[in-house]
Design a protein. Structure first.
Length: 226
């Protein structure tokens, strides 16, 4: 049974979400102390978090950042603030999806189901992909190069998995967006760019700044290693 933590300031909405998801077999907990979201996160140990942006004390971006310091659990932002700036900010802070209020509970459940499926059922145990000495571990979502190793977020992992599987060929932006988000209707082109820039920065920290090459007007491919 998957556990979901709902961080929603509106008690009526939080209760509606909880009751609906419990009918689908999820175990749902709602935050009631917005000054100690991390304490309740640690106690719940959820497999997914629903995070509102407008919260008392600190906003959802802050708590997403705090969660990302200790966990790569999937996070779906739920907010009426649906402008591009907020969507990009949500992704940049580590969010995996964005649902605009008011929303249909069936659509929310479908997004949750799809994200849980991608997060917990897409890797084959013991599999390692290799490209010129760079190792992508499919089991623990890590990347190793020489004596360096970094743990990847789910989106970072999916980007690299797509590029490694293409064996040096070009992967289009559209294909990457479909790989990262089953329903990309909320995602504009800049969202993928934000994810890619963040990944490149992390790769640069272990000497792989040129690992991902851009094929202008087409997409991305692996390169930059002799």
């Amino acid at each position: 049974m998957y556990r979901i933590l709902v961080v929603e300031d509106d008690a009526v909405i939080a209760e509606q979400i909880a009751k609906y998801l419990e009918k689908w077999g999820y175990e749902v907990e709602t935050v009631n102390d917005f000054a100690d979201v991390m304490g309740q996160f640690a106690a719940c140990e959820p497999q997914l978090v629903l995070m509102d942006i407008g919260l008392p004390f600190y906003n959802g971006y802050y708590w997403c950042g705090e969660i990302r310091k200790v966990s790569q659990v999937p996070i779906i932002f739920i907010s009426s603030a649906s402008d591009n700036m907020n969507v990009v900010m949500a992704v940049n802070m580590g969010g995996d999806d964005f649902v605009v209020k008011p929303f249909d509970l069936e659509i929310l459940q479908a997004k949750i189901q799809a994200l849980l499926r991608r997060a917990y059922a897409f890797t084959a145990p013991g599999t390692v992909l290799e490209y010129r000495g760079v190792l992508l571990n499919m089991t623990d979502m890590s990347l190793s190069f020489q004596k360096n190793r970094i743990e990847l977020t789910k989106n970072e992992f999916r980007i690299l998995q797509s590029l490694f599987e293409a064996a040096g060929g070009v992967v289009s932006r559209d294909m990457l967006m479909k790989r990262l988000w089953d329903d990309e209707c909320f995602v504009d082109d800049n969202t993928l760019t934000v994810n890619m820039n963040r990944l490149r920065k992390r790769l640069g920290e272990i000497g792989l700044a040129e690992l991902i090459q851009t094929k202008k007007g087409v997409g991305y491919l692996l390169g930059g290693l002799s």
